[in-house]
Design a protein around this ligand. Structure first.
Ligand code: IMP
Length: 193
């Protein structure tokens, strides 16, 4: 099966492929117009992006909407993670806002909502979260986005291998649930044929 990955984020395309290909899904990118993320939740925005890509290409499309929610910032940047602060200054801005904040108040979590939309209008949705702390400084070169300031057990995602991040991450968890749902969906579709 071929899926269009509805994202312009190169880091996400790499992660989507890594997770979808073992499921026998050929994950392809496409030149897509920018869908306006007008939803108020991660799930709504994932649906908007997947639906727009499916309409535009005529292929099943999968999208995720994800972000970082920082407890001390009342859940910000949340659904605005990609637009928070100036490009290139996002991690630094979070670190600055948490300067001097003690460890017990540095809790944060990543959320990933995944949605696949099929040309017949069917959809599959899944969501994953992973909890950790905002580090005191940026550490590690791996990953993308806020990886180098999000830590679990003393190491940031930026310091972990891709495989270790997948095992722990919001996207890894959302895709675990998505994989189960997709398998059930495909089995049911075959039964009905
Ligand atoms: P969107 O889902 O494309 O709207 O953007 C989500 C934004 O959240 C990304 O641009 C990243 O800044 C951030 N983000 C989402 N997932 C991750 C992750 O796994 N690691 C680091 N940052 C992430």
């Amino acid at each position: 099966m071929k899926f269009v990955i509805a994202t312009h984020n190169k880091g996400k395309i790499v992660e989507f492929r890594r997770i979808l290909e073992p499921m026998g899904i050929e994950a392809v990118g496409a030149e897509l117009s920018e869908a306006e993320e007008t939803g108020t939740t991660f799930a709504e925005n994932a649906f908007i992006k997947a639906q727009a890509a499916c309409k535009e290409t005529g292929l099943p499309a999968v999208a995720d909407d994800s972000g970082l929610c920082v407890d001390y910032l009342d859940g910000a940047p949340g659904i605005y993670s990609a637009r928070f602060a100036e490009p290139g200054k996002r991690r630094l801005t979070v670190l600055e806002k948490l300067q001097g904040v003690p460890k017990e108040k540095r809790g944060a979590h990543f959320v990933s909502a995944v949605c696949a939309v099929f040309p017949n209008g069917d959809k599959i949705e899944a969501e994953g979260k992973c909890y950790g702390l905002i580090s005191r400084e940026s550490r590690g070169e791996n990953g993308f986005g806020y990886d180098s300031i999000f830590e679990q057990e003393g190491r940031t995602f930026g310091e972990m291998s891709a495989e270790e991040k997948d095992q722990r991450s919001h996207r890894g968890k959302a895709f675990g649930e998505f994989e189960e749902k997709l398998k059930q969906y495909l089995a049911k579709s075959q039964e009905e044929e």
